[in-house]
Design a protein around this ligand. Structure first.
Ligand SMILES: Cc1ncc(COP(=O)(O)O)c(C=O)c1O
Length: 402
């Protein structure tokens, strides 16, 4: 008899994930099913990836068709979907140009390399202007650049020495950033517009605007990591639109391919000529198939009016989640976030609550020290949002009182 997936997983996969005891076999819309036939409302969306839910018919049709036509050619050649995607992104990002890659960490690597080239142009010599100021509690990925830009002990532990030159300041404390942003030695400021892994903390619009001014005055790049909060998750295509700021470069991934591995950076002029032939590259980045997946994502977001839908439906959903939370003041601390990126902060270890929610049929993700992250697909209906509140309420009511 064939071994079960749990045994095979334990035997043949490395132990770098605390994988949950669930084998998922299929998905449709906001729902997934496990191998025992149990249905879950999927508000984890593969950690903010499945922007259109599972198996969206338009996305599936576009990707299927392209897979039968042209999957990969490398960046040695042009392909239609790739140039089309860059043109589509320009409508959402403004003037500038794109560079495609395969993941969030890779997008941030590209931003870090961009900042080095900017520093070189600014100082006229290598190694002088290299510092990238980051926010406390930030998460920018697991590569060496990403880890170095992620000032969290649990991420960096065991991997030192990391890249030098990533001082951190508290998010939203503009005075602290002002002190660290040195006109001579700082190449860039790198900020998640809404921190995800750190616990769902929103960058204040005022903070972002003041940071923009400081960066412009000192010729420092303002780099916004929209890998988790971008592509419509907060009710605007990018979360920074709500603060009315324009960054010098944007990192995106996750929701962009809506399930297909896809990352990108967008760089505004005059910095979009910093990469020249040979200065950066990736074999797989920006394949015709990945670009088609991203084009399909943008098409569905547009055609189904998902930005407006997220913006319209989220206030009532937040209020209902908060109201349910307040029935257990011994557990619930606060609700943070924007749109379909919500963190419910609790007074205890969130993992047992996440496990109880899963048992009750709702998939969510822990974040930071004490938050439970709700990341519905952008396609989630009012009824599905209401169902998440209902399950959350029932699970909270069943938790033991201290
Ligand atoms: C804000 C942010 N940046 C970067 C990353 C890294 O992305 P990836 O896991 O695709 O490498 C993540 C992943 O969670 C993220 O949330």
């Amino acid at each position: 008899m064939a071994e079960n997936p749990a045994d095979l997983h334990a035997r043949f996969l490395m132990g770098n994930y605390a994988t949950l005891p669930v084998t998922l076999v299929r998905g449709e819309g906001a729902r997934v099913w496990d191998d025992a036939g149990k249905a879950y409302l999927d508000f984890s969306t593969g950690i903010a990836v499945n922007a259109l839910g599972h198996a969206h018919p338009t996305w599936v049709a576009r990707v299927r068709e392209q897979a039968g036509k042209l999957i990969h050619v490398s960046n040695l050649y042009r392909s239609e979907p790739v140039v089309q995607l860059a043109a589509e992104l320009s409508k959402r990002c403004g003037p500038g140009r794109a560079l495609f890659c395969n993941s969030g960490a890779e997008a941030n690597e590209a931003l870090i390399k961009l900042s080095r080239l900017h520093g070189l142009r600014k100082a006229g010599a290598e190694g002088v202007c290299t510092t990238v100021v980051v926010a406390e509690r930030a998460f920018h990925g697991r590569t060496f650049g990403g880890m170095s830009a992620t000032p969290q002990e649990k991420i960096q532990k065991g991997f030192r020495p990391l890249l030098a030159g990533f001082p951190s300041a508290p998010l939203n404390d503009i005075k602290a950033w002002d002190r660290l942003l040195d006109a001579k030695t700082t190449a860039a400021a790198l900020v998640e517009t809404v921190q995800g892994e750190g616990g769902v903390f929103v960058a204040d619009p005022t903070f972002l605007r003041e940071l923009r001014v400081l960066c412009s005055e000192r010729n420092i790049l303002l780099l916004l990591d929209e890998i988790q909060c971008g592509i419509g998750r907060t009710g605007t295509f990018f979360a920074f639109e709500q603060a009315c700021v324009l960054p010098d470069a944007i990192a995106m991934a996750k929701g962009l391919g809506a399930g297909f591995p896809m990352g990108a950076i967008w760089v505004a002029p005059p910095h979009d000529d910093l990469f020249t032939p040979g200065s950066h590259g990736t074999t797989f980045g920006g394949s015709p198939l990945a670009a088609t997946a991203a084009l399909a994502t943008l098409e569905v977001i547009e055609k189904e009016g998902l930005l407006a839908q997220v913006a319209k439906q989220s206030p009532a959903w937040h209020a209902a989640l908060r109201a349910v939370g307040l029935t257990r003041p011994d557990i619930f601390r606060e609700l943070r976030g924007l749109g379909y990126m919500v963190g419910v902060a609790v007074n205890c270890e969130p993992r047992p609550i996440v496990a109880a929610l899963r048992e009750a049929g709702l998939l969510v993700v822990p974040a930071g020290e004490n938050a439970i992250r709700f990341l519905p697909p952008l396609t989630a209906t009012e009824a599905e949002l209401a169902q998440s509140v209902d399950i959350f309420g029932k699970v909270l009511a069943g938790l033991p009182r201290a």
